[in-house]
Write a protein that binds this ligand. Structure first.
Ligand SMILES: NC(=O)c1ccc[n+]([C@@H]2O[C@H](COP(=O)([O-])OP(=O)(O)OC[C@H]3O[C@@H](n4cnc5c(N)ncnc54)[C@H](O)[C@@H]3O)[C@@H](O)[C@H]2O)c1
Length: 415
């Protein structure tokens, strides 16, 4: 098949590669010139896609600056960002722009699928009317569906092929076309009755994680007051073989999804005069977690008769998750901001994030930084870092990820 992908980011690029590797001809439309340059040189900017995979695809993955090329595709998948505005409302600018571009090129018989996470009703109320400006009627001339992306960057045990894919079309024919499309690269395609059911399923998955992470983050704060080891408690509860699912506390929630997506649902709920308490509460608890981490840093320095002001603090990890260079909404950056306001002398080490231009910082050499620091804080636990060595070499270590469990040292504290 000829498949078009609009937006070649964390979601679009792996999907484009999956279709191209399955032998299909993929045309990608990307507006970021840096990404287009990288792709032209077969250089990947997504950790899960190695350069060699891009090089092996040759002409099967073409990135195009010209949206007209999408007219030749049988199906077009939209994977553009869906962030929040500064007042934490859905920002559909990218989606509306992509849909408007598409409305100029769609042709009869084409399938358009939206993958960007969004509130229930977006496919029907936003995407469809814009596409119909083409003069084509959805369900009759043009097929439209929603299929949420479930990619989890860095995960290797589940792939695009082995993760069941949900599809919900505007009509039964739209759903069937979407089912056929994803069957090319997914072992299991699960059909739901409407785009709204598919849109809300994705939000349920993300809100579920957000609420449970907030719950263990709150538990970690309570355990701090009670002087109980939260990790021991979680390990113990996890021995129950049914009715319990393990979630771990941390420095807060990051990435493009969990801190953002629940507010899409809260927005839609408010339109119905409905105020979803769990979503707002989880957001509040998770957003407060970096400040709690800073309080722990203050306390640890205080015990050594030091103030945050002027102390050398080394943050280990700047990205929001282990093994990734993605710093979007990273709690490490909030911690950095709060410590900067307290006039700490901050450095960071992150093998995946070479620089943080907004802070004027570059990733420090770990050995040198450990030798010079007053306190090391493990914010993101990247692989290939010897945390026993961190504890041995730093005067004091604060572990917000539980990776030092099993190490007993007087200069070590955990969340
Ligand atoms: N990253 C994840 O783990 C993940 C997982 C599941 C769902 N999602 C959802 O998928 C969507 C995309 O997320 P992402 O992480 O891939 O974002 P991203 O920012 O990495 O990629 C989106 C890409 O779209 C491009 N773009 C924006 N407007 C465009 C346009 N009009 N035409 C062509 N390209 C355009 C951007 O330049 C960018 O490269 C979001 O809705 C997100 O919530 C992300």
């Amino acid at each position: 098949m000829k498949i078009g992908i609009v937006g070649l980011g964390y979601v679009g690029l792996p999907l484009a590669v999956a279709f191209a590797e399955a032998g299909h001809e993929v045309t990608g439309l990307e507006v970021d010139p840096a990404k287009v340059d990288a792709l032209n040189g077969a250089r990947s900017y997504v950790e899960d896609v190695p350069d060699s995979a891009l090089a092996a695809l040759g002409e099967r993955l073409r990135d195009s600056a010209d949206h007209v090329d999408l007219a030749a595709c049988e199906a077009v998948i939209v994977c553009v960002p869906t962030p929040l505005t500064s007042s934490r409302e859905p920002d559909l600018t990218y989606l509306i722009e992509a849909a408007t571009t598409l409305s100029g090129v769609v042709r009869s018989g084409q399938l358009v699928v939206l993958e960007s996470t969004t509130y229930p009703g977006t496919t029907r109320e936003q995407l469809t009317p814009i596409l119909e400006r083409s003069g084509l009627e959805v369900g009759k001339d043009l097929f439209v569906a929603f299929s949420p992306e479930r990619i989890d960057p860095g995960r290797t045990d589940y792939t695009i092929r082995t993760t069941p894919k949900l599809v919900g079309g505007m009509t039964a024919a739209c759903t069937e076309r979407a089912r056929e499309l994803y069957s090319l690269v997914c072992d299991e395609v699960v059909v739901v009755s409407t785009p709204e059911a598919a849109e809300l399923s994705k939000l349920l998955e993300n809100v579920f994680r957000s609420v449970n992470i907030a719950f263990v983050n709150e538990l970690a704060q309570l355990c701090d007051r009670l002087d109980i080891d939260v990790w021991e408690v979680i390990d113990a509860a996890s021995t129950k073989p049914f009715g319990f699912m393990r979630f771990e506390p941390g420095p807060g929630m990051g990435g493009h999804c969990l801190p953002v997506d629940p507010f899409y649902l809260a927005f839609k709920a408010r339109e119905q005069d409905f105020y979803p308490e769990f979503i707002e509460l989880a957001g509040k608890v998770n957003q407060a977690q970096p400040a709690f981490c800073v309080e722990r840093i203050e306390r640890a320095l205080n015990q050594a008769s030091k103030s945050v002001k002027g102390s050398k603090i080394l943050l280990l990890g700047a990205s929001y998750k282990s093994g990734s260079g993605d710093t979007r909404e990273s709690p490490a950056l909030t911690i950095l901001r709060l410590l900067t306001a307290l006039e700490a002398d901050i450095s960071y080490h992150d093998p995946f994030v070479p620089e943080l231009p907004e802070f004027g910082l570059t990733s420090a050499n770990l050995d040198e930084a450990l030798a010079a620091t007053d306190l090391a804080a493990i914010v993101t636990a990247h692989p290939d870092i010897d945390y026993a060595q961190v504890v041995a070499r730093a005067p004091r270590t604060l572990d917000f990820r539980g990776v030092t469990r099993g190490i007993d040292a007087g200069n070590l504290e955990r969340l």
